[in-house]
Write a protein that binds this ligand. Sequence first.
Ligand code: ATP
Length: 343
Amino acid sequence: MPIQLSIQELTKRFKTGDGVKGISLDVMKGELVTLLGPSGCGKTTVLRSIGGFLDPDSGDIQIQGKSVLKLPPEKRPTAMVFQSYNLWPHMTVYDNLAFGLKIRKVKKTEIDRQVKEALALVRLESAERKTPGQLSGGQQQRVALARALLLKPDVLLLDEPFSALDAKLRMEMREELRDIQTQTGMTMVFVTHDQEEALSISDRIVVMNAGRIEQLSSPQEIYDKPQSLFVAGFIGRINLLKGVSTGRSVSVSGIPFAQEHEYTGESMIGVRPEDIVLTTEENGSLAGTIRQVMILGHYAEVSLDSGTHHLKMFVPRERAAELRSGEHIRFSFSKIVTFPAAQ
Ligand code: ATP
């Protein structure tokens, strides 16, 4: 796929000293890339710079190979969906959608065709004559999405579009957005601070921290192979333990585990709760005591004490029913990630 959006060395400093520093990123045609990171890491600054609502200090933003930096927002081949839906309250859904096309002097029959097509895409055909106030939050956000879609932007920008919705609706909207993206092949840049949302909808995720990119990979790779302690801690749950690396292996409490990197010296070991396994094997395993078993639906979260380490593990519900607090067990790690301790 060709590159649709190219961000090159984007830098923006605010008077406060914050902003973004040297962000470079290519988004392919038809790709959904998510900017993910804690509040204040610079996600919105990048998104607004693409949309033209903010002037970067340096760097370039190209869409289909052409710099858009000199263009005002309305001349850019982008459209933006905001968290607050920004609909005209006194206009019907139909008129909200038709407005942008009327300004562009599109013919009436063509406007009608495009508005109906966009409403069908977000499954809101029946709401055509209603005003935004007569719709639920989720429906209003669908209208906002339809309005952006019918502008057929080269890049659709979405700024935390679902964060005002309740958890169940948020999950539905994720699925719908993914469906729409598959149907239309539209290139999208999505901003969120919700790691689950990012993992579930993205082709690739850009994890940002303090104005910089920490990691840019597929959701699977971000989860399985975090490149820094920050990414490991920010995405999913993880236990961090101290270890000592000797080349291809790392020892935790004297027990060696294979590691991917060739480190030596003190290390931090990351183990996901689902990668701690109970075993009856004494060789190569660690000893621990169960402190607490919390049933959380189809699995249980088990707290373990092992000498100086306090760990969390996930256990299938049936197995958890057999575990008692105070019980001595042995456990091992099916998968670890290692980081140099000095990180
Ligand atoms: P959030 O999730 O809270 O929206 P974000 O990751 O989108 O955060 P940005 O809004 O891009 O972060 O802000 C990045 C940094 O720049 C923050 O420290 C923020 O306080 C600062 N910042 C953003 N806009 C301005 C501004 N107009 N003036 C001064 N500082 C700003």
